[in-house]
Design a protein around this ligand. Structure first.
Ligand SMILES: CC(C)(C)c1cccc(C(=O)NCC2(NC(=O)c3cccc4nocc34)CCCC2)c1
Length: 250
């Protein structure tokens, strides 16, 4: 998958290009990441990339001319590199809330140009003229769109074939069925007199599978009931959740 990034701080993206699953995916060329920095399109001596808001008030906006030049250059390159028109995404508090369904949509679509805001944001006319979709990773005040862009790229990269090793993709499937994780345990067998649930030491793989499924369903019911809404549960899942709820009520 080809992803272009427009950001004033491209070096921040080393967090995903040089480490872990995404770092290997870049190395193996499963994903291609290219960067455009609006500062490189600044014509003035101070290489200005911000500008004052009409109507006054505190804060600055990203300068239109340099931002648009970077977006257009990234879009050109996308078409040249992939033969497809890219989808231009602006990470913004005003955007559609990103969830796994949205990630799947973006990962299965055309190449992406991802624009990260700084200062107070960007001119609305640039949103109208150059941005196809606005997406948000959540409701908190951030200093820039780079971390949201890395969240989106990380999540999308994991869905690209060949990015996750076989082992990881098995793990991914467990994540991906939309339930919260069951509790995890590893060595030592006892921590501060707290032990590992017997079933996990039993070697009874059927019982272990059922226990993990029951715990995932139960924890999702307790902590994120919204994830269960509108979800079809199998007969076994309904049975296990009912048992969990009964035991929880005791
Ligand atoms: C959500 C709420 C708290 C109500 C709020 C209201 C108004 C402004 C801000 C705010 O954070 N503005 C600053 C910027 N924020 C983001 O880019 C950003 C923030 C959060 C999730 C995101 N997902 O993608 C990009 C995101 C915008 C320009 C530079 C950084 C936040």
């Amino acid at each position: 998958m080809w992803i272009g990034v427009v950001s004033l701080f491209p070096e921040m993206f080393e967090a995903i290009t040089r480490h872990g699953v995404t770092g290997r995916a870049v190395e193996k060329r499963r994903i291609a990441l290219e960067f455009w920095n609006p500062r490189d399109y600044a014509a003035d001596r101070h290489r200005t990339v911000d500008d004052r808001p009409y109507g006054g008030g505190p804060g600055m906006l990203m300068k239109v001319e340099t931002l648009r030049a970077a977006i257009h250059a990234a879009r050109e390159r996308a078409e040249q590199a992939t033969g497809q028109r890219p989808k231009v995404i602006y990470l913004s508090p005003q955007g559609r809330r990103l969830d796994q369904a949205g990630v799947k949509e973006l990962a299965s679509g055309p190449p992406l140009v991802v624009v990260a805001g700084r200062y107070e944001g960007i001119d609305e006319r640039v949103v109208e003229a150059d941005i196809d979709e606005e997406w948000s990773i959540g409701d908190y005040v951030l200093s820039g769109g780079e971390l949201p862009a890395m969240v989106l790229i990380d999540a999308a990269a994991r869905l690209i074939p060949g990015v996750l090793g076989h082992q990881d993709s098995a793990v991914e499937d467990s994540f991906n069925d939309g339930l919260l994780d069951c509790p995890h345990y590893t060595r030592p067998e006892e921590i501060d007199e707290r032990c590992v649930p017997e079933v996990l030491l039993s070697g009874n793989h059927g019982a272990i599978r059922r226990w993990r499924l029951k715990q995932s369903l139960g924890r999702t019911w307790l902590r994120r009931p919204d994830l269960l809404e509108g979800r079809m549960l199998s007969k076994e899942q309904r049975q296990l959740l009912a048992e969990f709820i009964e035991e929880h009520a005791l």
